[in-house]
Design a protein around this ligand. Structure first.
Ligand code: ADP
Length: 390
């Protein structure tokens, strides 16, 4: 049987009525990010934040309606809650994506900077700063760095949260040694999980593990907004977001729709050579998010038996590249087995062996990132002229 078309799916969804507005869900503009691929269908149902999970029956009704379309092999609908943010430039794409017949990914390309403008994304009450940890591609150690950076920031006395937005490979709960699922106190808001004094949530909790990768990008925004607005993060000094790897549409949209204080780019020496890190930098510049600096991961190899340092990837590229690009070089982390075993085993090195040279390397970076955050916050609060940090 041939794969159903988007129009057929929309037609089926048009038979589902939103009990609130009395309109069908298509007419009400509630369906976004519709993807149809070889009979597999995915989409988000956008509901007002205060309704949250009370709209679960509507989500189920949507899934059921689509499931009945001939040729549909699987349906995944996720409930997403949007804050009624002012819809300025760069803010309207997701809604439009559900109605205009096209996919919602790719939105935002033609839009200008959102930060620092009246129409920028809404702040999260009680969360003082948000930083994104990004990479040009997967496997460079972005999650490992996010976790150790978050713990390092916590060791400086800050209240820290860690949001795992890496929908392609959510690993933060495992790295923080967290198991189970988040609870809800009142059926609407989620209580973040916690370990080592750091609050943590993963979008992996909202996007089912078997969701095909192709849908994850379009789903990311709804899930992200839910993770930002429906989770009891406050009070936090800093929320660290472990971004999905790469610099595509999902990453661009997150950067545009999150009130980011700044971003940190994780890169390996080879990655620098391939200019992947530069793509990350350009992405943040495009949406006017300050890049706080570059971290070089797997910078050099420290032999666990003899302690010899070998620069197998030609160490030092990130520092030179950062200089060339005019951004700060935050530091380098060696390639070492202990870093892998501790983070993969749920005992990140910054906590499990804080005096080790690797933990110290992370800690130094965390201290510098903390200083950068404080400077940005002071400057945003209008304490005199804008501080430009080199
Ligand atoms: P990403 O988030 O960029 O995909 P991860 O943080 O998941 O990458 O790291 C990929 C793998 O590399 C993991 O097994 C991790 O433990 C390991 N790893 C990351 N950084 C280091 C390092 N500096 N030394 C040794 N192993 C590392």
């Amino acid at each position: 049987m041939s794969s159903p078309t988007e129009d057929q799916i929309r037609e089926a969804l048009a038979a589902v009525t939103d009990p609130d507005s009395g309109q069908d869900v298509i007419a009400a503009g509630m369906i976004t990010g519709l993807m149809v691929k070889d009979g597999n269908v995915g989409f988000a149902v956008e509901v007002p934040p205060e309704k949250g999970r009370a709209m679960e029956p509507l989500r189920e009704a949507c899934e059921k309606a689509v499931d009945a379309v001939p040729g549909v092999l699987s349906v995944t609908a996720v409930l997403t809650a949007h804050n009624e943010a002012p819809k300025g430039p760069g803010q309207g794409g997701a809604q439009g994506g559900g109605q205009g017949g096209g996919h919602s990914h790719g939105e935002g390309h033609s839009h200008g900077p959102a930060k620092g403008q009246e129409s920028g994304p809404p702040e999260i009450p009680g969360v003082k700063a948000i930083i994104a940890v990004a990479s040009g591609k997967g496997g460079v150690g972005k999650s490992t760095t996010s976790v150790n950076l978050a713990l390092g920031l916590a060791l400086t006395g800050r209240k820290v949260g860690l949001l795992d937005a890496d929908i392609y490979g959510p690993s933060v709960p495992r790295m923080l040694g967290i198991t189970g699922r988040p609870h809800t106190s009142d059926g609407k808001r989620l209580v973040p999980m916690e370990n080592y004094g750091v609050k943590a949530m993963s979008m992996g909790f909202l996007v089912a593990e078997d969701t095909p990768t192709i849908w994850r990008g379009p789903m990311v925004m709804g899930a992200l907004e839910q993770m930002l607005s429906d989770v009891d993060w406050a009070p936090l000094d800093v929320l660290v977001i472990d971004m999905p790897p790469g610099t595509g549409d999902a990453q661009l949209t997150i950067s545009q729709r999150t009130p980011l204080t700044g971003a940190v780019i994780v890169s390996t020496p080879q990655d620098i050579a391939l200019l992947d890190a530069r793509k990350g930098l350009n992405m943040f510049r495009r949406v006017d998010v300050p890049v706080l600096g570059i971290i070089e991961n797997m910078s050099y190899f420290l032999c666990p038996s003899c302690g010899e340092r070998a620069e197998i990837f030609g160490h030092g590229g990130a520092r030179a590249e950062a200089e060339k690009l005019g951004i700060e070089f935050l530091g380098e982390i060696p390639l070492h087995m202990d870093i892998r075993t501790t983070s993969d085993g749920g005992r990140p090195i910054v906590m499990s062996d804080p005096d080790s040279p690797h933990a110290q390397a992370y800690q130094k970076i965390a201290i510098r990132v903390g200083e950068q955050i404080d400077a940005r916050l002071a400057s945003a609060a209008g304490a005199g002229p804008k501080i430009v940090i080199q």
